[in-house]
Design a protein around this ligand. Structure first.
Ligand code: F6P
Length: 342
């Protein structure tokens, strides 16, 4: 078969490991040939592609980012975009496409499948917010990076008796904040799913410091919001794809904490550091398993499906069922908050 591969949305550690596994199994076992579309669906629209083979993928397993580039381009938002994709796939005699991406890319992949394109989805995102899979690759790496940063911030916070506000990624879901916050021993974790009460946050910090602990780490997800009517936030604006520009809630939060508690407060925004660099061992394994499962799905004609992991088994789920976002389990959040954040 001739198979096209693309990576869409924000990059994420483990993308190259998926591509490598798809190509390795496809070429070795099935004698497949591969084309990598450049910059996600944009490469399909614009007929930009490169040949991919086992040789080309040597050395890419530990490499972050994606060797075929990525974008958030959506053919369905462009006049004639779908038809252009169809023409590209016909002209290249592509038998199937493996589409690796997050929520937005899985939405496009679902529409492509519904329109008759033979496509299989592979979920990725550091945010871990794709439904129907227990975890996405990239998440584990991001949590590890954020945890290491928090560990480092503890010692400087303690030396100066400061509060450190650490902002991590997570637009609509607080998985990174929750995991890194628990792993890093944060005093407070603020996530998009639970609007925070600044009075309660400051009261908890004050109480903690009165008990003789003079340093606190507050982990806040970039999408966390204050309870309505408590703190004014500036209009964040939107990017070219209509997504709200996030990043910066920590800069609003820190002065509020400092003025309300009197504790000196500093901000660290981890930003794209969480997405860059080499994938963790766990993510390399998950990516490899997803890649193998994706090419298996192609050869079994399981189009319109996404590979996923459930109870440590790689399974297939219909893309039709992959809608909305997987948010933090409130029970997990409250179970930990009750013991550590009050
Ligand atoms: O979806 C992953 C993500 O890393 C989000 O957590 C973050 O808000 C967004 O991508 C950042 O996107 P960009 O790289 O376009 O700024």
């Amino acid at each position: 078969m001739k198979v096209g591969i693309l990576t869409g949305g924000g990059d994420c550690p483990g993308l190259n490991a998926v591509i490598r596994a798809v190509v390795r199994k496809g070429e070795r076992v099935h004698g497949d040939r591969f084309v990598g579309f450049l910059d996600g669906w944009r490469g399909v629209i614009e007929q930009r592609h490169v040949p991919l083979n086992i040789e080309r993928l040597r050395g890419t397993l530990p490499r972050g980012g994606t060797i075929i580039g990525t974008s958030r381009a959506n053919p369905f938002n462009l006049d004639g975009g779908f038809e252009r994709c169809q023409t590209t796939l016909d002209e290249l005699s592509i038998d199937a496409v493996v589409s690796i991406g997050g929520e937005g890319t899985m939405g496009i992949t679902r529409e492509m499948a519904a329109a008759g394109i033979p496509v299989v989805g592979v979920p990725k995102t550091i945010d871990n917010d794709i439904p129907a899979t227990e975890v996405t690759f990239g998440f584990h790496t991001a949590v590890q990076i954020a945890t290491e940063a928090i560990d480092r911030l503890h010692t400087t916070a303690e030396s100066h008796d400061r509060v450190m506000v650490v902002e991590v990624m997570g637009r609509h879901a607080g998985h990174i904040a929750l995991y890194a916050g628990i792993a890093g021993g944060a005093a407070q974790i603020l996530i998009p799913e639970e609007p925070f009460d600044i009075d309660a946050v400051c009261a908890a910090l004050t109480q903690r410091h009165q008990k003789g602990r003079f340093a606190s780490i507050v982990v806040v997800a970039e999408g966390a919001l204050p309870k309505p009517g408590t703190i004014e936030l500036a209009d964040p604006g939107v990017d070219e794809f209509g997504h709200i520009r996030l990043g910066g809630i920590a800069n609003v939060l820190a002065p509020e904490i400092e003025s309300r508690t009197g504790f000196e407060t500093r901000v660290t925004i981890l930003g794209h550091i969480q997405r860059g660099g080499t994938p963790s061992a766990y993510d390399r394994v998950l990516s490899t398993r997803f890649g193998i499962a994706a090419i298996d799905a192609v050869h079994e004609g399981a189009f319109g499906q996404m590979v996923a992991i459930r109870c440590d088994q790689v399974v297939r789920v219909p893309l039709e069922d992959v809608r909305g976002l997987k948010t933090v389990d409130p029970q997990l959040f409250h179970e930990v908050a009750e013991v550590f954040f009050s």
